[in-house]
Design a protein around this ligand. Structure first.
Ligand code: SAM
Length: 321
């Protein structure tokens, strides 16, 4: 599979013009407002190009990080459904792990789907190029075709709450093994993930990540569970964002759940690191969400040898036992 940044650079040669910058700024304003857009945000080819150039590498990275949480013993998917898949960020992440899977992208935006198809064809990857792109508006009472894995990335926040609930229920009903939900790492994104978590638990699904327990989220008001993934900014990306930084940190809230009976999920229960670990001379302090359903700060000292070495290598969003 060719690198997404290379494919984007070739497919979007005009995306550094001032019109492209304006489309990028307009999309950025829509997403930063924090409210669901009244109309489809990716409304034309220019915005589809702007979305692909400025958001897709980051959403792909967040989805890949979430996918990595699925245990090896969950059967590899044969069919992947990507809801509100836009230009196909999840398809690139899923095919990097399972090249044989057949992906179906459902989205309401024709320009996003058309560009997604073009990018997938540019990947030089037969599996990715065979993805099907279907214009579908997800609405209340939606029913979905049978699938193994479903990804729902950066979609729920664009939907009214009742529709988002129906989409999550439909994804759980349609999927034989796993459902991944990814949202921006904001209080609003976290709230959408929590609502999806309630529905998955009510349907008898098991949480793989990030929560190490199925009890109520122990975070108190004003705090929200999220993680971050660092990605290198391509030159195209730097020009569009008019910035010099060579990297960016995509903050995201997420949920990975598996269907009853899919994978045995054995293994020692591990806490989830909720913040960047604090390191002082000879000490590492980890804020953990625990398998018992609470939050605790653990201080690991150099005297603890191997455990200290592991703590030093542990990052925000990782597990720690
Ligand atoms: C922020 S983009 C996310 C795209 C992609 N999932 C990603 O992670 O990069 C949201 C996508 O949801 C789509 N969308 C919004 N409301 C929708 C609806 N009711 N039915 C289908 N797609 C919808 C938009 O067209 C857009 O492509």
């Amino acid at each position: 599979m060719r690198d997404l940044d290379d494919v984007l650079r070739e497919a979007l040669p005009a995306s550094t013009t001032s019109a492209a910058r304006r489309a990028t700024e307009s999309l950025r304003d829509t997403y930063r407002s924090g409210a669901p857009p009244r109309e489809l945000a990716i409304a034309d080819d220019e915005r589809a190009a702007a979305y692909a150039a400025y958001r897709m590498p980051a959403t792909r990275a967040a989805i890949a990080r979430t996918l990595a949480e699925l245990p090896e013993d969950v059967p590899p998917p044969r069919i992947h459904l990507d809801l509100g898949g836009g230009t196909g960020a999840a398809v690139w992440a899923v095919h990097a792990r399972w090249p044989q899977v057949h992906s179906r992208v459902l989205d309401a935006s024709a320009p996003a789907l058309a560009l997604g198809r073009r990018l997938a064809l540019g990947s030089d990857d037969a599996g990715l190029a065979a993805t099907t792109w279907e214009q579908v508006r997800l609405a209340a009472g939606v029913a979905l075709p049978a699938t193994d894995l479903t990804t729902v990335s950066y979609l729920l926040g664009e939907l009214p709450a009742a529709v988002a609930g129906d989409v999550v229920d439909a994804a759980l009903a349609a999927s034989s093994t796993s459902v991944l939900v990814v949202e921006p790492g904001t209080p609003r994104g976290y709230a959408a993930v929590l609502a999806a978590r309630d529905r998955a638990l009510a349907a008898g699904w098991r949480i793989v990540a990030p929560c190490p327990h199925a009890g109520p989220c122990p975070l108190t008001a004003g705090d929200w569970c999220h993680a971050a993934v660092r990605l290198t900014r391509s030159s195209l990306h730097r020009r569009l964002k008019s910035g010099d930084l060579g990297h960016e940190d995509e903050k995201f809230s997420y949920l990975a759940v598996v269907a009853p009976g899919a994978g045995d999920m054995a293994g020692e229960p591990a806490g989830r690191v909720l913040r960047h670990p604090l390191t002082r001379k000879g000490l590492v302090q980890l804020r953990l969400c625990t398998p018992e359903g609470g939050v605790r700060d653990e201080i690991v000292s150099k005297r603890q040898g191997e455990r200290y070495r592991r703590a030093r290598e542990t990052g925000w969003g990782d597990t720690f036992t």
